[in-house]
Ligand binder design. Structure first.
Ligand SMILES: Cc1cc2nc3c(=O)[nH]c(=O)nc-3n(C[C@H](O)[C@H](O)[C@H](O)COP(=O)(O)OP(=O)(O)OC[C@H]3O[C@@H](n4cnc5c(N)ncnc54)[C@H](O)[C@@H]3O)c2cc1C
Length: 270
């Protein structure tokens, strides 16, 4: 039985700079890492492998250099990794991305029973949190988002119970398998690779699944298959701040100053 983990390679910064002329992200010279949320998804998959003897396959759609991130996943203990890359897949939004990932999962399912797909809650660059739910919808799998604990997995009954981390409370949900589980960072602490595993991963072959292998219609993938188009990316201008009563130490004096200023601005009434 197989757990598929979706991993995206992202630039190693949350302060992505935007080219003011083209309005696109400047990626040159920025090192790439495994999307941090996906590192937690992989860790959870590896724990399921350790506990239930499941196999872990990692898939990533991205440019050819994404292979480096897949090798890291192998070094951590994934059993196999597939790179989904083709010029035709480039420029994909979440609709087109979830299609390629879902089709890859179907391909894996031809040879082995896929019982779970784990992914991160969101990426730190695209940030949409749509791909996990997109995969679940396309495959007709149960959809469990914001998961911070897999409470119980019954492989025999094909059911999973998870805890969802919502604002201010938790929700425990049971669902039939197969399921897509999108995890939050609090779920676990990812392990580190060891040297022998790193060496094995360096020598492993990572199959390339391009569109000759996948055989998807060109107008359903990449830019052509995307329903959204990013018109402009920009950093919002900061509206400048004001420091009131520099040096006022007592909280009451500071609060009075603030209230006076808010009244003066007309934001509150006296
Ligand atoms: C040739 C090529 C070039 C690409 N170039 C870029 C690029 O420059 N910038 C860019 O952002 N994307 C690029 N992609 C990937 C794709 O366009 C995005 O992954 C997609 O739009 C995801 O949106 P998001 O980041 O908001 O994901 P979210 O919905 O926030 O992601 C949620 C979760 O879904 C999974 N996931 C998301 N995307 C992928 C993926 N690609 N592979 C595996 N798992 C995934 C992860 O587990 C992630 O935590 C490229 C793809 C190809 C084939």
């Amino acid at each position: 039985m197989l757990v598929v983990t979706c991993v995206k390679q992202v630039p190693d910064t949350t302060q992505i700079e935007v080219d003011p002329h083209t309005g696109t992200l400047i990626r040159e010279g920025v090192p790439f890492i495994m999307n941090p949320f996906d590192a937690h998804a992989l860790e959870e998959s590896l724990r399921l492998k350790d506990k239930y003897g499941l196999r872990v396959a990692v898939i990533s759609m991205g440019p050819p250099n994404t292979e480096a991130t897949l090798r890291k996943a192998l070094a951590l203990g994934a059993d196999e990794a597939m790179l989904l890359s083709d010029r035709a897949f480039g420029g994909a939004d979440t609709l087109a991305t979830s299609l390629v990932l879902a089709e890859a999962i179907k391909r894996l399912g031809r040879h082995e029973d896929v019982i779970m797909v784990l992914c991160g809650r969101q990426t730190i660059d695209g940030d949409t949190a749509q791909v996990g739910p997109g995969i679940a919808t396309r495959l007709g799998y149960s959809q469990l988002t914001l998961v911070d604990l897999i409470e119980n997995l019954s492989v025999q009954d094909r059911r999973v119970t998870v805890r969802r981390r919502l604002e201010g409370w938790h929700e425990v949900v049971e669902a039939p398998l197969p399921a897509v589980i999108a995890v939050v960072r609090e779920i676990n602490r990812p392990r580190y690779p060891n040297v022998p595993m790193k060496l094995i991963a360096e020598e492993s072959t990572i199959p390339l699944w391009d569109n000759k292998v996948m055989g998807l219609k060109e107008d359903t993938v990449g830019l052509k298959g995307s329903a959204t188009l990013v018109r402009k990316i920009f950093s919002p201008e900061r509206a400048g701040g004001e420091i009131l009563g520099d040096g006022v130490k007592d909280p009451q004096g500071a609060a009075s100053l603030l209230v006076d200023r808010l009244i003066e601005k007309g934001f509150i009434c006296a």
